[in-house]
Design a protein around this ligand. Structure first.
Ligand code: PRX
Length: 638
């Protein structure tokens, strides 16, 4: 008998569970929810109305997610490692935090936050490197009911300021710096720049890591270590877990859309917890004692759900890695797999493609015999990368789960279940119980049958669905629930094959997926246009061997400073400053005009085709204001 009574054990079991989840969703999820720790039971399992973008799961219930992630395991398995931390530099010491130790540290830091007046409902921005204190900070917020908003270390001061202002965060938790390969990122310095325009922030707690010199402003900035000492002298190590309503907000995570500024995706407590846990246990078929290595950064949803909340709520051991796959060399992941005798590796196709490029040498004489499950996430995986992963890492012996999901979905929606349901290269395959995908055409008509393609929507809520976009519910409604009546629209194109298996083909909106990171074209354009000499720009994606998609920018430029290459560098520096290094275009082509319709709309379709190199087949260009511009752009293609 599995430790997890809801762990699906065979394809037939999957089919049974799936059917039940569709026919009787409330009973299905109520049964699963009994496996968690509640302070008070729910009144309703589910209340929903897609037309107003409202969903509530387990409303009326009271709980704290950290009691589910920590306290209950401290009682039954206190000495199980909860987090194993592998540092950036392999020569530095790794750290192991058992459930008992993690619980203790979370309560200590939660008390430190309380000492600074942080309370239930307050927003706390977390901008840290991948060190255990990041997980501790996240859980400490959840402990006292503060809403965390983690920001990835690759975002600039300006991006951080936008997010802090949007959330009106009152506290920031950061580090002096972070290590990434042979670089060190001055996190506190970036925060200092951001805070010049964030009057809502009253407290900054700085954890020492790189021990680079930082400015510490009296009355605002405090060292993490000092705050912990204060808590120690106060004597009481216990911190009561705040009683949260099922629908109380757990966190905000900003993500890019096709228009405007990034939006704060909000997840609430109970539904998210159940979904992160259920999907973790089922997709990876986690067995007690196994070590799970999710290589994502906690600044993205994958890290939230599959480094922290999914594994810890299941009492699993989660490996957290500070560094990058190619430092000090391209064998780093393989070293880690050997060192900790890992059973599960969950990474992105970009990492796989990049490591594939180093050939077989880094793989020689490696012992992968403990590996049981491989996973991918974040972008479509091409067949070549899938085969390499399967043969060279899995030795044809480990199921690969191709997990499709989004920041907004909280956890995996479509994926095979490792070794339990069939896999098919490049296909996410079948929906998890509770997930009802539909394909629709441009007019919103459902496309029935198999062997068809369309836009992917979901017609029924699952527990981890987005609850709102922070401070602007209307934006949530229009973005996800208004494109098609009574459906959640994913923004992805999708194919359903003859066996009813799903294959996600990529975004159908103006969102790019660069190395598994989501970036809006409008956002990049706005950043480029901030550069003094730029008149206008248009950004599209193009196929990139390693990153999946690269960023191609067409720029109308009138400045006269230095040569073209210098100007390109200036524009890249501008984008880095406005958004962050992750949004820097791979190619910048200077043009004298952009192809526009007579009503002034940029014809992105044409620009996309040119960037993709399909210049022979541009379709109808006769409706353009200035068809000649297309020839110029074609000739200047990079
Ligand atoms: O286009 C899909 C792609 O990533 C998008 C979601 O990005 P984000 O919210 O940043 O979350 C990434 C991690 C869950 C989706 O709309 N995507 C994600 N997983 C897959 C994928 N595309 C193809 N196959 C996947 N397995």
């Amino acid at each position: 008998m599995s430790k997890y009574p809801y762990q699906i054990s065979s394809f037939e079991d999957y089919q049974r569970q799936y059917k039940k989840s569709v026919e009787n969703p409330e009973e299905f999820w109520a049964e699963i929810a009994t496996n968690f720790q509640w302070k008070q039971p729910w009144n309703n399992v589910l209340k929903w109305d897609f037309r107003s973008a409202k969903t509530e799961w387990f409303s009326g219930a009271k709980l704290n997610i950290t009691e589910n992630c920590l306290d209950r395991h401290v009682l039954t398995q206190p000495d199980t490692p909860a987090i194993i931390w592998e540092p950036n530099n392999p020569e530095d010491h790794h750290r192991v935090l058992t459930y008992r130790e993690l619980h203790f540290k979370v309560m200590q830091f939660a008390n430190a936050l309380k000492n600074h007046g942080v309370k239930k409902g307050d927003r706390v921005c977390i901008y840290m490197g991948m060190i255990p204190e990041l997980a501790i900070a996240v859980l400490a917020c959840a402990r006292i009911g503060a809403i965390h908003s983690v920001i990835f270390g690759g975002f600039s001061a300006q991006s951080i300021a936008d997010r802090i202002q949007d959330a009106q965060a009152s506290a920031v938790i950061t580090c002096d710096g972070a290590f990434r390969g042979n670089k060190s990122i001055p996190l506190k310095e970036v925060i200092d720049d951001a805070l010049m325009s964030c009057p809502s922030v009253k407290t900054v707690i700085v954890c020492t890591h790189t021990r680079t010199p930082v400015s510490m402003i009296k009355g605002r900035d405090f060292w993490w270590e000092d705050e912990i000492k204060k808590v120690e002298t106060q004597g009481n190590p216990y911190c009561e877990a705040e009683s949260m309503d099922a629908e109380d907000e757990l966190f905000i995570l900003y993500t890019s859309g096709s228009t405007g500024k990034p939006k704060g995706v909000v997840h609430s407590t109970a539904g998210y917890m159940v979904w992160a846990n259920y999907t973790f246990v089922n997709v990876f078929q986690y067995q007690p004692g196994q070590v799970h290595f999710c290589t994502a950064d906690i600044g993205w949803i994958t890290g939230h759900s599959y480094i922290i909340y999914g594994p810890l709520s299941a009492g699993a051991t989660s490996l957290m890695f500070e560094g990058i796959p190619t430092y000090p060399d391209a064998g780093r992941f393989w070293d880690i797999i050997e060192k900790y005798k890992l059973e599960i590796l969950y990474t992105a196709p970009t990492a796989i493609r990049s490591l594939m490029g180093f050939g077989d040498e880094p793989l020689k004489n490696r012992d992968f015999s403990n590996l049981k499950v491989l996973g991918t996430v974040g972008e479509p995986i091409n067949e070549e990368a899938w085969n390499w992963y399967n043969e060279k890492i899995g030795h044809n012996n480990c199921p690969i789960v191709d997990t499709w999901w989004q920041t907004e979905t909280g956890g995996v929606l479509i994926s095979n279940l490792a070794g339990v349901t069939p896999a098919k290269p490049t296909f996410a395959t079948y929906p998890l119980p509770g997930v009802q995908p539909v394909l629709v055409d441009e007019n919103g008509n459902e496309i029935l049958g198999n062997g068809v393609s369309g836009n992917l929507c979901i017609k029924f809520p699952w527990p981890g669905i987005i609850r709102t976009t922070y401070g602007d519910h209307e934006r949530c409604r229009t973005t996800y629930f208004s494109a098609y009546d009574n459906l959640y629209f994913t923004g992805d194109g999708c194919l359903r094959d003859e066996d009813g298996m799903y294959r996600i083909t990529g975004r159908v909106d103006d969102v790019l997926n660069v190395s598994g990171h989501r970036i809006g074209t409008a956002e990049v354009e706005n950043a480029i246009n901030m550069h003094a000499g730029v008149v206008e720009s248009a950004v599209v994606g193009y196929p990139h061997d390693i990153k999946g998609q690269g960023i191609y920018a067409y720029v109308i430029y009138t400045g006269t400073h230095g040569d073209v290459n210098l100007t390109r560098q200036d524009i890249l520096a501008t984008v880095s400053r406005v958004i962050g290094p992750i949004a820097k275009p791979d190619k910048i082509q200077f043009v004298s005009g952009l192809p526009k319709t007579r009503s002034g709309k940029i014809m992105r379709r044409i620009l996309r085709k040119i960037a993709e190199g399909e210049i022979g087949n541009l379709g109808d260009t006769s409706t353009l204001l200035d068809p000649m511009i297309v020839d110029e752009i074609k000739e200047g293609r990079l």
